[in-house]
Design a protein around this ligand. Structure first.
Ligand SMILES: [Ca+2]
Length: 478
């Protein structure tokens, strides 16, 4: 399954790479996360910002139609052509495969005639609005890299809204409004994407370019123009991707604009082809979509060059010691410095901003970083040269002489830093007197006998305690 998905992704990559030939190779595709280099100390890794290739994202989505019974064919229905009310040879029957028009036909391979398409019921409840929501969900943040293109088999809707979500469908914001008359439909002045500037790139516009009926009946597509927006920074043929990447790096709102987890197509009014709706022949009015194109890549925060589709779910194959579906946090034990998104700059390799392993430089200190592992309050010397105390104070080592290792070596406990656990009390910095039911140098363990423990576990990380105890023994021997 996993391999099949990987192969599928790679297969699509070839197509995508072919389609993006006009990107100058010098700008790089950020397709390598690390490479081995020779240094004075031997082989080492050189890390680079990396991202997965842009692919056809419709292979990995889930589609939801609302209302759920709005797909045609149950009961069977016959439709007439919008242009000719006497041409009624379009039959929809959900129980017959050849005559059914389920949603998945918007995402199948188009190439052979006749086209395959999803179709709604007709506008038989006119004048009640015929409205349908099509929701495309990825359950993963993705970044759009090319225009979203809807191809209609019916006339293009007179009113529709394309919306996006960045939080798996909890909240929605419009991407673009489409209408034959923007003022009438949405009280918005009609605009085209060509009127946008770098300053107004994030403006949400209403366009009349994709809603005209009769005259333009050969053009059946509705677009959301991603590339025209990219071109505002990268130039008309996207020849200056460095400029775009620079902007994406520094402007989070710009990056977020092209990032989605879900898309929603709100079909609000079908094509009528005229000012008046013919109430005697409502089977002319319906929605039908043969194809939806969404090109994009998994958002991996520039920490992965591969995205895997496994068990119906997309996930980044994280590098740079990061983890999570979007590589948005450091791996356990790699909190040597705070997680950070990779950077496209400097072109062409970018900056990886890897998560670093923490290392113990002072034997008297437990190091470092992954404070979620630390259940006792002790100074933590981190590779960044700071001392962390779990209570949240952070300060440079030299400014806290009381934290110096040599002063700590004879201490097992004190009232401020090395606290006896579970109600134990500290005696002369030498040892903890544990309360009933607990044991261990810091009374951190429940006392057990015959397999039964009579105290509550303090919930500490056993790995940490393994590390901690020999160190405290070392202090005592000194
Ligand atoms: Ca199709």
């Amino acid at each position: 399954m996993l391999w099949a998905a990987l192969l599928a992704l790679q297969g699509v990559c070839v197509g995508a790479a072919h389609g993006m030939q006009h990107y100058p190779a010098a700008w790089g595709h950020y397709d390598v996360c690390k490479s081995q280099i020779y240094t004075e100390e031997g082989l080492a890794w050189d890390y680079m910002a990396c991202q997965p290739e842009a692919v056809d994202m419709t292979k990995y989505l889930r589609v939801t139609i609302d209302p759920p019974n709005i797909t045609c064919g149950d009961p069977p229905e016959t439709y007439c052509a919008l242009e000719n009310p006497y041409m009624c040879n379009n039959e929809c029957d959900a129980s017959t495969e050849e005559l059914a028009h389920p949603p998945e036909l918007m995402f199948d391979f188009e190439g052979r005639n006749p086209t395959t398409f999803w179709q709604s019921t007709s506008w038989k409840k006119y004048p009640k609005p015929l409205q349908v929501n099509l929701t495309l969900s990825w359950n993963k943040t993705i970044e759009l890299t090319d225009d979203i293109i809807l191809t209609f088999e019916s006339g293009r809707p007179e009113q529709m809204v394309l919306e996006k979500s960045l939080d798996q469908g909890r909240t929605w914001t419009p991407y673009q409004f489409y209408a034959t008359d923007c003022l009438d439909a949405f009280t918005m002045e009609p605009k085209t994407v060509n009127e946008l500037t770098q300053r107004t790139l994030l403006d949400i516009i209403c366009t009349e370019d994709y809603s005209r009926g009769y005259v333009w009946k050969n053009d059946k597509t509705v677009r959301f123009e991603i590339k025209d927006r990219f071109a505002l920074f990268a130039g008309p043929r996207l020849h200056n991707m460095a400029s775009l990447y620079g902007q994406l790096d520094t402007t989070k709102t710009l990056r977020d604009f092209f990032t989605i987890t879900d898309l929603r197509i709100r079909l609000l009014k079908p094509a009528t082809g005229a000012t008046m709706v013919d109430e005697n022949n409502l089977s002319r009015y319906f929605y039908a979509i043969s194809d939806i194109k969404v090109q994009g890549r998994c958002k991996c925060n520039l920490h992965a060059n591969t995205c895997v589709y496994d068990k119906g779910r997309l996930g980044c194959e994280c590098e740079h010691n990061t983890t999570g579906p979007d590589c948005s946090r450091c791996k356990r034990h790699y909190h040597g410095r705070a997680w950070s998104v990779g950077s496209y700059l400097p072109i062409p390799k970018g900056t990886a901003n890897i998560c670093e392993y923490y290392s113990c430089k002072e034997i008297a200190m437990i190091c470092c970083g992954d404070t979620t592992d630390i259940a006792v309050e002790i100074p933590l010397k981190c590779s960044s040269g700071t001392v962390k105390v779990r209570t949240g104070t952070i300060g440079p080592l030299q400014k806290h002489p009381e934290h110096q290792p040599q002063k700590e070596t004879t201490r097992v406990c004190d009232n401020a830093m090395l606290r006896c656990q579970n109600g134990g009390t500290c005696h002369h910095h030498q040892r903890c007197h544990c309360s009933a039911g607990f044991t261990g140098v810091l009374c951190e363990r429940a006392r057990c006998s015959g397999g039964e423990c009579d105290g509550q576990s303090s919930g500490q990380d056993p790995l940490l305690l393994l590390l901690l105890q020999p160190m405290i023994l070392v202090f005592l021997l000194h």
